[in-house]
Design a protein around this ligand. Structure first.
Ligand code: NDP
Ligand code: PMR
Length: 399
């Protein structure tokens, strides 16, 4: 993949050598162009404000969730006999981008009922409607991955729906590249790692019990990874590079007060925190595989779906980046994929009979053919995976 990626990009790009790289790109870059201070200041105050406002609204949203989940219970029990072949798949962050496109692709096959696990109920409902997902093929349930209470409440709500769980897709993520200061989850973990990794870690550990009970023949647990967390690729060498170090920050709880908000114990960097969180996602998938594949028969997988440069993931980036990033990926790196295409790819990992291998990290070539890709040294380090698992267990209250 490294060679493949490199050959796609014009040789005009020169990268600084490892070790010096952060100094070059560190100050939240637009293809290497530094952001003005006021843009960053605006962003960080807005991020904190939005988070506060959102937290105040959680109670109301949860109440709606319960109302929405009740008809699903009736539907589930009355339909379960009729539609034995239909699987149930939870997709986190299905209110936009890859998650929404995946929900749509799965629903269109008629073989799946999608549980859209989303933090914003109304947004999810509107998104499902405007994507044209048929009503009987989805249920929205409230999940805020930035709150472990919410994760536990989601698991309760799902269990009360009476549905079996056949496939879980951990897709939701936040990316905060312009943040000057860290923001935090309800429990006080740095927001990117807290949401993208720790929230999903607790969710998947709890829901594993539900998946074990399902008699679906091809159960899968998928955690979305990315090329940018893999330093064996050109994209993964764009500073700041992912690096979990000796995990001292993670062990310390990422609280940013007496301890670092970064996994490696370093100075806060939002773009790095996102990439680190993706490394944790890919390590977690492999640790699941090592610990639980044989016993449960569940296939654990991760993937890089391609660069979906138009999604909401880049919402916190400066407008100029959002303008230039899609054409840059389309015409220069040629790594661009549409949301529709990326959704079909993730839907393949959910249900294609040829993608059942456990422990695999899937990618697609320029003809959109899937292949098992190589992870970077760090993202495939078994000892690190074990440590991340054990520390994460403690942080989320499982050990
Ligand atoms: P989007 O921003 O479009 O989607 C992210 C989803 O996550 C949204 O539905 C968002 O909800 C949800 N989300 C964010 N925070 C929380 C939370 N606290 N609780 C619950 N849900 C939350 O981005 P993408 O579709 O691009 O990203 C999807 C996945 O794809 C991510 O894992 C990302 O890392 C991965 N990926 C993306 C690539 C790309 O090029 N875009 C490339 C490689 C991987 P809301 O709608 O309410 O904001
Ligand atoms: Mg990248 C083959 C080259 C390639 C690919 C596939 C990506 C994917 N990127 C590539 C190359 C480059 N990028 C190069 C040469 C540069 C320097 C000019 C570059 C820059 C860049 C920036 C500033 N790229 C970015 C950013 C982001 O802010 C995105 C990011 O890192 O988000 C974490 C990003 C991405 N590039 C990608 C992909 C898939 C992303 C999006 C994020 C993700 O991993 O989810």
């Amino acid at each position: 993949m490294a060679l493949q990626a490199a050959s796609l990009v014009s040789s005009a790009f020169v990268f600084p050598k490892e070790g010096k790289s952060n100094a070059y790109f560190k100050d939240s870059s637009l293809f290497g162009v530094s952001l003005s201070e006021h843009v960053k200041a605006d962003f960080s105050s807005c991020a904190l404000k939005c988070k506060r406002e959102f937290n105040q609204g959680v109670g109301a949203v949860r109440a709606q969730t319960m109302v929405a989940a009740t008809p699903a219970l009736d539907r589930a029990s009355s339909e379960s006999k009729k539609t034995l072949g239909q699987g149930t798949c939870i997709v986190t962050g299905a209110s936009s981008g890859l998650g929404l496109a995946t929900a749509k692709a799965l629903a269109e096959t008629g073989k799946w009922h999608i549980i859209m696990a989303c933090r914003n109920f109304l947004k999810a409902e509107r998104a499902a409607k405007s994507a044209g997902i048929a009503k009987e093929n989805y249920t929205i349930m409230h999940l805020d991955l930035a709150s472990l209470d919410s994760v536990r409440q989601f698991v309760d709500t799902f269990r009360r729906s009476g549905r079996p769980l056949d496939v879980l897709v951990c897709n939701a993520a936040v990316y905060l590249p312009t943040a000057k200061e860290p923001a935090f989850t309800a429990e006080g973990f740095e927001l990117s790692v807290g949401t993208n990794h720790l929230g999903h870690f607790l969710l998947s550990r709890l829901l594993l019990e539900d998946m074990k009970k399902s008699d679906y023949p091809s159960k899968r647990l998928i955690i979305v990874g990315s090329i940018t967390g893999n330093t064996n690729t050109l994209a993964g060498n764009v500073p700041p590079k992912a690096n979990l170090g000796d995990l001292r920050g993670l062990s310390g709880g990422l609280n940013g007060l007496n301890r670092s908000a970064m996994i490696d114990g370093g100075v806060f960097d939002g773009a790095k925190a996102y990439k680190d969180s993706k490394v944790c996602n890919m390590l977690t998938m492999q640790e699941f595989h090592r610990r639980l594949h044989e016993e449960t028969g569940i296939a654990f997988a991760s993937l890089y779906p391609g660069c979906i440069a138009t999604t909401g993931l880049f919402r916190e980036h400066i407008p100029l980046f959002r303008l230039l990033f899609p054409p840059f990926q389309k015409y220069i790196t040629k790594g661009f994929v549409s949301e529709h295409e990326a959704g079909k790819r993730l839907a393949q990992v959910v249900s294609d009979p040829s993608l059942t291998k456990s422990g695999a990290y899937w990618s697609w070539n320029k003809h959109s053919a899937s292949f098992q890709n190589q992870l970077s040294q760090e993202a495939s380090d078994a000892e690190k995976a074990r440590k991340v698992w054990e520390i994460s267990e403690k942080l989320v209250g499982l050990a």
